[in-house]
Design a protein around this ligand. Sequence first.
Ligand code: SF4
Ligand code: SF4
Length: 198
Amino acid sequence: MTEQPARKDRPRGDPATEPLGARDASRPPLQIDFAKRRRLLESLGGNRASYCYQCGACVGDCPSARFYPEFNPREIMLTALLGDLDSLLAEDGIIWKCSNCYNCYERCPQDVRPVEVIVALKNLASRDGAAPESVRGTYEMIRRTGRSAPVLDSLNKRRERMGLPPLNAIDLEELDRLLEPAPKEEPSAGDAPTRNQE
Ligand code: SF4
Ligand code: SF4
């Protein structure tokens, strides 16, 4: 194995020594869209997400990152905290590749709960009418039947053969009440500081 020079002797610009976030001076400064960032934090009900310090621990055990090279929960956190929500909330946005497995919830040393940020982003996208067609289809199926997949006669016959009772009927009126859309959000002017709500 080639021996690496001591950390202090490595040249500037070496990715192994350059501090995280060090930027090429010729690139424009980072901009934060505070109104959009506030929209996300309000939807999360607190400021916990702001404690992300970009360590990347959430990426290490993420199954979606393993299958989709372009999926990276650390980058999603950074993009979200910069308030750059437009790309995340697009119909084909990267957030929909998250499988909601909660591994990142367990791994994050800051208790930032990246999966909850991604779920909040999915909810905002749905509210904006920008959920992918497959998700909208599943939602419509649940709304119409109370189930995420059709229950065919063959399924009930198989249950009978296995000695299982038929599936319970679903109270669709109650479901309708549960699925009533949330009240419209008020537009936000800025990113007022909020306390981390435990
Ligand atoms: S969300 Fe947590 S684990 Fe992921 S980069 Fe931020 S601090 Fe690290
Ligand atoms: S919940 Fe989503 S982002 Fe978190 S580890 Fe699982 S797939 Fe990755």
